[in-house]
Design a protein around this ligand. Structure first.
Ligand code: TMP
Length: 212
């Protein structure tokens, strides 16, 4: 089995940049790396992503949102993550089940047990070996976040339109998950420079790959 490493944090915490830098470093060291993201990571899940992040879909109910994340994840696990792990690759995934717990559970207020049960169903029980939580104040993250327009011309802004209080609940939710699972989640400060954060991320991951 390979290694499954996920990256989490509020909007604008810098996950995507850090994942790219880490992937380059790991490949330099001879590892086969598969970079992927949620929601998305394969064509069917990318189509679900478009629905989820479309700023026009303001009427989406929290339950419909939760089920769409689960559907996208079930497809992504079957098509991308499970095969890559079976092929001994290192999978670096930009968001995973903790995002559902933080956003749909802690921030939206859906029942945490329901979210956990659906996560377990969608993942067939596959869990990250390590999760890097890039933590920074909400004001800093949102200040950095940009709104991408995807291949379908849709502005991915539905979550950026949420209130500051919503993003604060997301941040606190992530920190609570980290308190509950300190072995799996490593909290790294994300308000430093890209280089500073990269040094901490690389050291944490190499340490874990070395079995520590
Ligand atoms: P991204 O901006 O990191 O690509 O993530 C897309 C958005 O989807 C982000 O606002 C967080 C949200 N999200 C959830 O609400 N629940 C989830 O399970 C996942 C994976 C993402």
């Amino acid at each position: 089995m390979g290694w499954f490493i996920t990256f989490e944090g509020i909007e604008g915490c810098g996950k995507t940049t850090q994942i790219k830098r880490l992937a380059t470093e790991l490949e330099k060291q001879g590892h086969t790396v598969r970079v992927t993201r949620e929601p998305g990571g394969c064509p069917i899940a990318d189509q679900i992503r478009s629905i989820l992040l479309d700023g026009g879909n303001l009427a989406m109910t929290p339950l419909a949102e939760l089920l769409l994340y689960a559907a996208a994840r079930a497809q992504h696990i079957a098509e991308v993550i499970a095969p890559a792990l079976a092929a001994d690759q290192i999978v670096l995934c930009d968001r995973f089940t903790d995002a559902t717990l933080a956003y749909q559970g802690y921030a939206r207020g859906l029942d945490l047990k329901l979210v956990n049960d659906l996560n377990a169903l969608a993942t067939t029980g596959i869990k990250p070996d390590l999760t890097i939580l890039l933590d920074c104040p909400v004001e800093i993250g949102l200040g950095r976040a940009t709104t991408p327009v995807n291949a379908h011309g849709i502005k991915e802004e539905r979550f950026e339109l949420e209130s500051l209080a919503f993003h604060q609940r997301v941040r606190n939710g992530y920190l609570e998950i980290a308190r509950q699972e300190p072995e799996r989640l490593r909290v790294l400060p994300a308000d430093g420079t890209v280089d500073m954060v990269n040094t901490a991320v690389t050291a944490t991951v190499l340490n874990r790959l070395a079995g520590n």
